[in-house]
Design a protein around this ligand. Structure first.
Ligand SMILES: Nc1ncnc2c1ncn2[C@@H]1O[C@H](COP(=O)(O)OP(=O)(O)OP(=O)(O)O)[C@@H](O)[C@H]1O
Ligand SMILES: [Mg+2]
Length: 352
């Protein structure tokens, strides 16, 4: 783990938040200064990380370790607002945008905003702090890697023709087109409500001059995500459906020329070793009604589960090779505080 940025991605509920927190903690125990960006952590984990309220900037977690551990819980809205303030030409321009109803609606509802803001927060920490390691948790997404695409989606939106027309400099022929576009929007406004359109126009006008900043930033975020400093850790469970989703993820990352650095398969059932469950079931029949018979049945069941999991994982493991596959068993406790995170991290990184 010598990269500066680690991004934990995978489908819903597989253990992304747990893995991210455990990796940051492990780095801290190894003497590094680490920060973990969490997204909607479970309540008890949030408490354990000192994240009772929304904390959009890193707060330190006390502990007896050689490094330093910081955590924050992503607050999408204030991250977006901060971004607007950063690129506004003046405080006045920022205030105008932040108070705009259209902005307030899209900033919360724009699909991919949470992903976008996760990458934004990452970039902010990367540029403005000197942490040795930034671990980023990602929101549950099915079959999509919105955080890879969201910054560019906004950049594309800002390149949109209509947007261009609305914010075009008000001179000559351009002005005529601009007026025409506004006229068109006003007639649309009669259908969807004039206020909505007026808010939108006011937003675009207020946004003028900021699009370059946003687009440039999107490019730099893209570069960071694809750079050697960033490692993507794919988290999955051994269930067939999440393995399939993880394969899809790996493919998507590949399309962006990003390789999976490691695959974490979380909540594995214990593997009782080589053997044939059919033979065990035969033995169970032979000893039916006895303790040994029950044990053979249990062994056969366990083998069936373990062999099923191994089968589900075979293709995916091959696909991401030579990246390692780190297996974490289903643990007999909830991973929700520093102690259990330590144990999770030890298993994950193989020190036990
Ligand atoms: N190996 C494990 N054994 C037992 N419990 C686990 C294990 N890994 C994770 N858990 C528990 O499973 C729950 C879900 O884990 P986590 O919140 O990390 O998943 P997630 O992928 O972040 O979910 P979401 O997609 O909803 O954000 C947590 O309560 C966590 O403590
Ligand atoms: Mg989570």
């Amino acid at each position: 783990m010598t990269r500066r940025v680690v991004i934990c991605c995978g489908s819903g509920g597989v253990g992304k938040t747990t893995t991210a927190a455990a990796l940051a903690l492990a780095a801290t125990r190894a003497g590094r200064r680490a920060v973990v960006v969490t997204i909607d952590p479970a309540r008890r984990l949030a408490d354990a990380l000192g994240l009772a309220g929304l904390t959009n900037s890193p707060s330190i977690i006390d502990g007896n370790w050689p490094g330093e551990l910081y955590a924050l819980m992503l607050d999408t809205e204030s991250t977006f607002n901060g971004l607007v303030a950063k690129y506004a030409g003046s405080q006045e321009q920022a205030d105008k945008i932040l108070a705009n109803r259209f902005y307030r609606n899209i900033s919360g509802a724009l699909s991919g905003t949470q992903e976008y803001m996760a990458t934004e927060k990452l970039f902010e920490l990367y540029e403005e702090t000197d942490f040795d390691l930034i671990v980023v948790d990602t929101p549950p997404t099915r079959n999509a890697l919105d955080f890879l695409e969201a910054p560019n989606r906004l950049a594309r939106f800002l390149d949109h023709r209509l947007y261009r027309l609305l914010t075009a400099p008000t001179r000559g022929i351009v002005k005529a087109v601009n007026v025409a576009a506004q006229g068109f929007l006003r007639s649309v406004g009669k259908v969807v409500g004039g206020e909505v359109i007026a808010d939108a126009i006011a937003f675009f006008v207020a946004f003028e001059g900021m699009d370059e900043g946003f687009k440039d930033r999107a490019k730099r975020v893209d570069r960071l995500l694809g750079s050697d400093e960033t490692a993507f850790v794919l988290v999955a469970s051994p269930r067939a459906d999440t393995v399939e989703e993880a394969s899809f993820f790996a493919g998507k990352l590949g399309e962006h020329h990003i390789t999976v650095e490691a695959l974490v398969v979380n909540r594995m059932h214990p593997d009782p070793g080589a053997g044939n469950p059919l033979a065990d079931r035969k033995r169970a029949e032979t000893f039916a009604g006895t303790t040994l018979g029950n044990l053979y049945t249990a062994l056969a069941d366990l083998r069936t589960v373990a062999q099923g999991e191994a089968e589900h994982l075979a293709d995916l493991s091959e696909r991401i090779a030579p990246a390692p596959v780190q297996r974490v068993p289903l643990l007999p406790f909830e991973v929700c505080d520093l102690d259990t995170l330590t144990r999770f991290g030890d298993v994950l990184l193989g020190s036990r």
